[in-house]
Design a protein around this ligand. Structure first.
Ligand code: ACO
Length: 433
């Protein structure tokens, strides 16, 4: 609404200020509360950013009540059905879907950067064989800042774009290299003859001793899984990337910060935790007793893959990925354990959705509830699940970082606090403490 304001009054002093209301294209308007600090001498208090819009963005829109997710205006279901991951990367970066020539050129540009510097490859051998793949990815992406720092001027738009491309191109290579190191297999170099996802699977699973056959069902399932995880507006890892970026830090360092944040089980680590939960339940008959444990607050157990800060209706990505699970397990039924886990997941979903505890709190399955089953069916080890998420989310991180860096009003991000520590006091000499 044009010229709408919200009046905030400090009842103690009687002083009022009018804060402008700014409308977005979709979703709730925001109250521009900058004047609260300069004119009322107070800060707003919003732990965990539950009601705070931290930035302006034109990339992704989520309506958590309706279960809507749009990238640059396009519904996620249409992108998952009709697009490819690289096309979605282009869309997130450029704001429009590429035409045929742009698509070809973009693919060519990305493919120029799929290899890793040999020095970077040696980083993997410094890790323990049983190191978590997220630890390796975090370390190697952070180390990329040492390889491209001199040629990287964050004030130069061409340098920034090149960094974004390098990250999109190299993340699958890094993910595959961490897996190969874990297995003790030789590193598989990228093959630019193949599609982005085919190449990723080949780097993960091919060995020099055998021909590698690409399974089209697996390729499409992974493609959809990458598309569904490509961006999700100002989530914890993306906000971390933006905060780091606001200091004009090196982009590889910013993305490493995002990777560290994604690793947490409350965020991207949930897909790994979901599989552990399903394995712990073991059989559909054990679901009711597990649900009782989750509902018991003293147990401190959360049903992993359920609940979302923004989605208070279904997560549209979960609906899509659930279908992909069905198709994948129908066409690749070789692993009995995956079907059992899927049965347990379906049973868990059904019972949880009928339970008052979950209904009251608007807890629905999120994307991670099913993504782990897909990754498991693709033979990806459980501790690599979050790495796969990080590969996908790189598109969102770099697009959001570029948007931030292109914003002429960019300032360092600096939250404030409500201080609750000791009041000012004098230093105590040692003998009196
Ligand atoms: N299982 C059981 N109870 C839950 C769950 C869950 N998965 N999630 C939330 N609740 C309960 C809380 O205990 C709380 O109950 P109370 O009001 O009785 O205290 C209530 O629902 C609200 O929970 P909050 O923690 O305040 O919700 P918040 O928005 O802060 O957290 C989060 C969202 C972190 C995703 C949470 O739902 C969770 O921990 N889920 C499990 C982990 C998970 O699946 N994470 C992936 C998120 S999606 C992603 O990153 C791709």
């Amino acid at each position: 609404m044009a010229n709408q304001t919200v009046t905030i009054t400090d009842n103690a002093t009687g002083k009022s200020i009018d804060c402008p209301v700014i409308d977005g294209v979709h979703g709730p308007s925001v109250i521009d509360c900058k004047k609260i600090s300069s004119e009322l001498g107070m800060f707003t208090f919003d732990p965990a950013f539950v009601t705070t819009a931290s930035c302006e963005s034109a990339i992704t829109y989520i309506d958590g009540e309706q279960g809507i997710l749009l990238h640059r205006g396009y519904p996620i279901a249409q992108l998952a059905e009709k697009s490819t991951y690289l096309e979605v990367c282009y869309l997130l970066l450029h704001g429009e879907l590429p035409n045929k020539d742009q698509c070809k050129e973009f693919k060519h540009t990305v493919y120029q950067h799929t290899m890793l510097h040999e020095g970077l490859l040696r980083f993997f051998t410094g890790f323990r064989r049983d190191a978590h793949p997220m630890a390796m990815m975090l370390g190697v992406v952070g180390a990329m800042s040492g390889y491209y720092h001199d040629a990287m001027d964050v004030n130069n738009p061409e340098h920034r774009y090149l960094s974004a491309i390098r990250l999109i191109a190299k993340m699958p290579t890094i993910a595959a290299a961490s897996y190969k190191y874990l297995l003790g297999h030789p590193h598989v170099y990228p093959c630019n003859e193949l599609g982005f996802v085919e190449n990723f699977l080949r780097m993960m699973f091919s060995v020099p001793a055998e021909d590698y056959k690409i399974n089209k069902t697996a390729v499409r399932a992974l493609e959809i899984m990458l598309i569904l995880h490509a961006d999700h507006e100002q989530n914890a890892s993306t906000s971390t990337v933006r905060l780091a970026g606001s200091t004009l830090a090196n982009p590889f360092g910013c993305i490493a910060a995002g990777i560290a944040t994604l690793w947490g089980p409350a965020h991207g680590g949930a897909n790994e935790a979901v599989i552990q939960t399903l394995q712990e339940i073991g059989h559909p008959k054990n679901i009711p007793s597990y649900i009782e444990k989750v509902k018991d607050k003293d147990s401190n157990i959360r049903l992993m893959g359920f609940g979302h800060r923004v989605y208070k209706n279904h997560d549209p990505r979960a609906t899509i990925i659930r279908e992909v699970c069905h198709e994948l397990l129908k066409e690749m039924p070789q692993c009995k354990e995956n079907s059992l886990l899927f049965d347990i997941a379906l049973g868990l979903e059904r019972i949880a959705l009928e339970d008052e505890y979950f209904i009251e709190r608007k807890l629905y399955p999120n994307v991670d509830f099913y993504s782990g089953i897909i990754l498991k069916a693709l033979d990806i080890p459980t501790n690599k699940f979050t790495v796969m998420f990080a590969v996908a989310r790189t598109a969102g991180w770099v697009s959001q970082w570029l948007e931030l860096m292109n914003d002429p009003s960019l300032r360092i991000g600096r939250p404030r606090q409500l201080y609750t520590g000791a009041a000012q006091r004098d230093f105590l000499p040692m003998e009196t403490r």
